[in-house]
Design a protein around this ligand. Structure first.
Ligand code: VG1
Ligand code: CO
Length: 619
């Protein structure tokens, strides 16, 4: 007997709306037994035909009713780099969300029946309503229990920790990450699997397949659950547990870091921190963590209340969107450490007084210091990994420490397999994402605690009132050992998709006709390709992950199209050069990269294709 049938064993079937057209068997999802009674289940083809003729039906589960509601496929429900993201108005349109959730359960099939999943999000507009819809579809598809963050809150890394610590089957995160929120902005949803990792492409492709053929929603008739109070609500065989969203996450962070040592450092009178939560989800975590657990001053937290529209801003921790923090860090009142996080709490930006740490340098510095400064890594690292467009700073650390090293496509889903196979401890992306194998997501708060740990370690012998080793000192010291990778990213947002695609086609042509040794401006070509990745663990292949030109001195030009936008296209241009000449370390990256950026724009004919003479964001 299938597990779905087992879960629905107590169903009783009633027929309603008998004037509806007869549905074909193939129009139903993978679990037609949901529409049958146990007695009929054994009675073979005749009964099966009869039950399938009931196109609008209700099944009585123990404690609630499941309605079969007809629906139609909706175009374009394809998951991008991280979940499905669209304008909020698209998601709130009829059945848009329910269709995707139903397709998810169709894709997961019987494996998910009777299981427990997590649910929460970044606090953005529509999350609380979305929870109620998701609960109805989950119950209608035989999920036994959903663990929901209080007030529908759950940061992305916290969901990963929740899944892992509670051995959940998976979890849903309602977030469009750093994209703005509100009725006229963006909404999004992602599914994480049993190790807490973003669903691999083989699952997201399957979900997309179901969205293209879906004709039925299985909706449980449930009263709204009160999300404002921790506790359990039972609907017969279905259960909803509203939980404190900090518990599992903080328990995990406590296993990684030495909290008493961090507390001692945080409370030094000569140390100061400013954490900018950007009115996003880490607002819900920053106070209990930095103030509650670590003894920081309450005024170290800025924009610490999560708002449905993130206060009208982009909750994206970079030099453009976190400008208040950047201004503070370049003022006389700059604290020792400045940090910010994004909408769903997986990204981070780290700053020192008058100093910005690029994310590519940040992961390299953390990897180089992890063993000495962070208890979780006291036995050394298993390996490190970075996404392809991330600078080569981490490669140099791997080489020096003799670590396994991996270069993956953009998006966190590619790191999970390496971690599950014990091949990678720390990884990062140039897009302000840093993390480790304590969870299977990038982790903004983890990165801040990692920097706090490094600062605490480097300053352990500095007496109070002595000159503290600063963030800048740590990075300068790193460059002295490893050299500096000058790095920048140009984003051209809201470009017409067709023009962006044409530019990529043009670049493919340039690749095809280029050869090793050819000169591009001041640079001599080593290789050019469209990056393709074969997962070393499961052999899956991801193609077309970014056009790259790698030059003989290690400099690189990379172009890729964003997979997280909700409309139009965003072109990303990544540029990198390297120097081990210490006299150049303090030069401005934009100055150093000027000539190679010029080459990149010339080769791509970006302006010709897009009409843009400058990027919308530079990081
Ligand atoms: C961007 C970043 C990528 C990151 C992804 C999700 O993707 O470049 O590195 O993993 O966002 O991050 P894209 O396809 O737009 O370049 V998050 O914090 O938005 O979940
Ligand atoms: Co994010």
């Amino acid at each position: 007997m299938s597990s779905l049938c087992a879960a629905l064993q107590r169903c009783t079937l009633q027929t309603v709306g008998s004037s509806r057209p007869v549905a074909k068997a193939s129009q139903f999802g993978p679990a037609p037994c949901a529409l049958r009674t146990p007695a009929k289940r054994q009675a073979g083809a005749r009964q099966r035909t009869r039950s399938i003729q009931v196109s609008a039906s209700v099944a009585q589960m123990e404690g609630f009713t499941v309605k079969s509601v007809p629906t139609k496929p909706i175009e374009g429900q394809k998951t991008g780099t991280s979940g499905l993201r669209k304008k909020t108005k698209v998601f709130t349109s009829e059945n848009y969300l329910a269709n995707w959730i139903q397709s998810l359960f169709n894709a997961l099939g019987e494996e998910a029946v009777g299981k427990t999943i997590g649910l929460g999000g970044d606090g953005r507009y529509f999350n609380k309503e979305a929870v109620q819809t998701i609960l109805r579809v989950a119950a209608g598809n035989g999920i036994a229990k959903v663990v929901v963050g209080k007030d529908a809150i759950m940061a992305t890394p916290a969901m990963s920790a929740l899944i892992r610590r509670r051995s959940l089957y998976g979890g849903l995160i309602m977030s469009a990450s750093h994209n703005p929120g509100g009725p006229d902005e963006d909404w999004g949803i992602k599914f994480n699997y049993s190790a807490g990792e973003p669903a691999p492409e083989k699952i997201t492709d399957k979900i997309f397949g179901f969205t293209e053929s879906i004709l039925e929603l299985k909706l449980a008739e449930l009263a709204d659950v009160d999300l404002s109070k921790v506790g359990t609500t039972r609907f017969g065989s279905f259960e909803v547990e509203v939980v404190d969203y900090t518990t599992e996450y903080f328990d995990t962070l406590k296993e990684v870091f030495d909290f008493p040592a961090l507390r001692a450092f945080m409370t030094r009178p000569d140390f100061s921190l400013v954490f900018d939560a950007m009115h996003a989800v880490t607002g819900a975590y920053a106070n209990p963590l930095f103030v509650g657990e670590l003894g920081g001053k309450p005024d170290s937290i800025r924009n610490g209340v999560p708002l449905e529209d993130f206060g009208g801003g982009h909750p994206d921790p970079n030099l453009t969107y976190a400008h208040d923090l950047v201004e503070l860090m370049w003022s006389d009142a700059a604290p020792v450490l400045g940090a910010a996080s994004d909408g769903d709490g997986d990204r981070n930006m780290v700053l020192g007084s008058h100093f910005f740490v690029t994310p590519s340098d940040s992961v390299a510095v953390i990897a180089a210091n992890a063993q000495a400064a962070i208890p979780y890594f006291k036995d050394g690292l298993k390996g490190v990994a970075r996404s392809m467009p991330t600078s080569g700073a981490l490669d140099r650390v791997a080489q020096k420490l003799g670590l396994q090293f991996f270069e993956t496509p953009t998006g966190w889903k590619f790191f999970g397999n390496l971690m599950d196979a014990d091949k990678c401890s720390i990884c990062g992306e140039e897009s302000f994402g840093t993390g480790a194998d304590h969870v299977r997501e990038k982790d903004g708060m983890w990165a801040v605690l990692a920097w706090l740990s490094i600062l605490a370690h480097k300053n352990k012998d500095v007496p109070e009132g002595g000159k503290l080793v600063s963030v800048k000192d740590i990075v300068m010291d790193h460059w002295k050992q490893f050299g500096r990778n000058f790095y920048s990213r140009y984003d051209y947002e809201g470009v017409e998709s067709e023009q962006a695609n044409k530019m990529v086609q043009h670049l493919e042509g340039v690749i095809a006709s280029s050869s090793k040794g050819q000169k591009f401006g001041d640079y001599v070509l080593e290789t050019a390709d469209n990056f393709s990745y074969t997962d070393p663990i499961d052999g899956s292949v991801a193609k077309g992950q970014g056009v790259r030109f790698v030059f003989q001195d290690g400099s690189r030009i990379i172009f890729r199209l964003s997979g997280t936008g909700s409309a139009g296209a965003t072109i990303r241009l990544y540029i990198e050069t390297y120097t081990d000449d210490a006299s150049k370390f303090e030069l401005d990256a934009q100055e150093v990269l000027k000539s190679i950026i010029g080459t990149a724009l010339e080769v791509s004919k970006l302006q010709e294709f897009t009409g843009r003479d400058k990027p919308t964001v530079i990081t």
